[in-house]
Every structure is written in C-alpha cells, then in structure tokens.
Design a binder for this molecule. Sequence first.
Ligand SMILES: *[C@@H]1O[C@H](CO)[C@@H](O)[C@H](O)[C@H]1NC(C)=O
Ligand SMILES: *[C@@H]1O[C@H](CO)[C@@H](O)[C@H](O)[C@H]1NC(C)=O
Ligand SMILES: *[C@@H]1O[C@H](CO)[C@@H](O)[C@H](O)[C@H]1NC(C)=O
Length: 400
Amino acid sequence: MNPLDATKSGFLLCIAVCMFIYTFIYLKDTLSAEQEEQKFSTNRAECGFYPDELCSALFVGKTAALKIGNICQNTYRPAALSCVQTSCNCSMVFKALHFITRPLSDEEGNFSLAYIITIHKELEMFVKLLRAIYTPQNIYCIHVDEKSPTDYKAAVQNIVNCFENIFISSKRENVVYAGFSRLQADINCMRDLVHSKIQWNYVINLCGQDYPIKTNKDIIKYIKSKWNGKNMTPGVVQPLHMKHRTQVSYREYVHSGTSYVYPTKNAKTKPPYNLTIYFGSAYYILTKEFVEFTLTDARAKDLLEWSRDTYSPDEHYWVTLNRLHGHYIRDICVYGLGDLQWIIESPHLFANKFEPATYPLVMDCLERRHRLKVLHQAEVPIEDDWRFQEDNSFNMKLNV
Ligand SMILES: *[C@@H]1O[C@H](CO)[C@@H](O)[C@H](O)[C@H]1NC(C)=O
Ligand SMILES: *[C@@H]1O[C@H](CO)[C@@H](O)[C@H](O)[C@H]1NC(C)=O
Ligand SMILES: *[C@@H]1O[C@H](CO)[C@@H](O)[C@H](O)[C@H]1NC(C)=O
C-alpha cells in the first residue's frame, strides 16, 4: 500500500470512528427537532413495552419510533440509579446495580484487561459505564479529577470500596483540557497498574462519557485476532497544521472555575533523540509490556519531559513511542479493504459523549442491548441480579 493509501485508510478509520459517535448525536438531534413539532399528546399504551419495544424499533431505524420515543422518554423518566446518590452497603451495590460477579467464560477468565477511566462529573453515567465494562477478572484505575467536589469524590470512593479490583489512582491531577495534566493522569494510573498484584494483558483508557458497544468477550476476541502483542494507537506523522502544538511552549492556566492551555512566545527545542513526532488518538489499547517500556525507557522519559509544555501531548506521546517500540503495525495499512466492512458495520468498541440526562432513552437502549448481549454470550449460569429487565413477552432483538 502506498503512503497515500495508508493515509486514506487512516482517515477512513477516523471517519468510521466518528460515524458511530455521530449516529447518536444525529439520533439525539432528530429527537429534539421532532419535539418542536409535537402537537399531540400520547398515552402510555403508545409507548408499548417501554423501553424495549421502542429500542428495537430505534435500532432498526424506524422513523416513527423517534417521534414516539421522544414523548415516551418524558412520560417515563428513568428512576435515579440506586446506591449512587445515597450510599448502600456492598451487597446492595452489587445487587441493585446488577454488577456481573463472575467471569462469564474461560476465555475471558484467562485474559484480563486493565481500564483507566478519567472522570470529573456525571456520577450516574460513570456508574453505567463501570457496570457495563466490569468483570471480576479485570482491573480498573479511576482517575478522579482533583478539582471535583468532595461529595463527588466520596461517592466514587464509596462504590469503589466494594471491589478489590477497582481503585482510585494514588496520585490525582487537576486536569486541564489539552494540557499535560491529561496525559499525566493516565501515567499515574499506569504506574499503579503495573505495580498491582492483579495481572493484566492490555490497558484501555476511557473517559466518563464513554459507553461500550462491544462486550468484554468481543473486545478480547478483537484484540487477539488483530492486535495480539501489538498496540492500538493509530496515528500518522504529525501533519503541518499540527506543528504549532510542539513548536512553541504552552502553559496551563488554572484558576478558580476556569482552566485552559495557552501558547507562549517561547520556541521549543527539537524533540529529544531527534524523534519524529507522530500525531494520533489519545485513546489506546496498549500491551502491558509497552506500558512498562514507556515508564522505564530513557527516550520515553525524555520525550515526556519535552512534552510537558506542548499542546495536547496525549495526542502525540503514545503514537510517537509506539514507533520506537518495534511492535507497532506499520502505519494504518493494517486496515485492508477486507476490514472496511467490519469497520463500518461494527467496529465500535466504545461510543463517546452521552448525555443521559437529556436523552435517557438513547442510554437506556444501549445499556439494555449491551447487557442482553453479554448475558447471551455467557458460558456460565446466569444469576437473576445480572439482568436489567424482567423477561416479558417482548425482548429486544439482538441481531441488529
Ligand atoms: C445491606 O442493606 C440491605 C438493605 O438496606 C439490608 O437488607 C442488608 O441486610 C444489608 N446487608 C449487610 C451485609 O449489611
Ligand atoms: C483458564 O483456562 C483454563 C483452560 O485453558 C480453564 O481450565 C480455567 O478455568 C480458566 N481460568 C479461568 C479463571 O476461567
Ligand atoms: C534528525 O532527523 C532528520 C530527519 O529525520 C535528519 O535529516 C537529521 O540529519 C537528523 N539530525 C540529527 C542531528 O541526527
């Protein structure tokens, strides 16, 4: 594949990744536009077996479902999650929040993922994410923004305390968007994770507004089939229009209420070891071996120091180091044509930026579909507490 094709594939990947994000934004916006036109009121009968029946219709793109869904989601505001605003004992946390408490297959039991989740608000959304990706054989490092309110931190701690394999990172940053602190937060968690007694194979980073589209089993199968022993941190040589990010020195401005990153007039020196800077995703799936390399290698440490005053260093640090590590997949060419259908149809490990408070039905549908898939794939007997919904005469179809 020539370099242009490689770049094109890279963009296709980006487009694919963006597409799934916008699917939900589109759905959301459409719902809001419909709201304005809505003249008639609805009764509960029109909502059917709420929300499963509407979810099924939405997943196959039935337009009438958008209209009805918009009304019904106001009629049936979901109740607040138990044990989130009020504190519970741990047996209630497991039960009421439907946490999966055993590995669901041998394959999953023998392949552990580490998660780094950076959060600062929206406690409910975080709990929804956590219970979706939680399995007892994985390990979870939660980075709670140092500037979050005390009661927020306490509520997170309360839930985390119930699990031996979930912890809050020992060092916490005051995270500034596009600042070095964002990268440092991940590194703090990595340090804790490599020192943990719990073994893990790969680490995945997420933020509190992400939600999985794939099950734990799907994610493992995907990693094993395409990426075994390699890192997933797609990127390209830093494009010209991104050069400013590393050419001058940036500073973080942190003051009560506002924080941002701004450029100074000071030119930066060349990168250490004459490294070529790559640019790519701040989201990754990395091997444990690579994480240990980034925490100990002299070039990695020097690049980290050099990146301290750059703009959004999380978007060049992992990608650049991956090129040094030798186990990367050459460019983005790995996504051949054969992969495209897969990418477009169901690549989405995670979707981003949910606003469950405004559009509860979207989140409800995703959650229910995800859990049904998880239980459907389980190879062990299913416990009643793991189910989100009662078995009723109508079940969401999964083959969509
Ligand atoms: C946990 O709380 C529930 C409900 O408040 C109570 O019924 C249960 O006995 C408690 N369990 C333990 C182990 O304290
Ligand atoms: C790991 O796999 C082996 C078979 O290869 C199985 O006997 C064992 O139960 C698995 N471990 C877990 C924790 O599921
Ligand atoms: C740094 O790398 C560039 C291109 O990659 C090369 O042209 C240049 O000679 C190198 N400089 C040093 C000091 O190695």
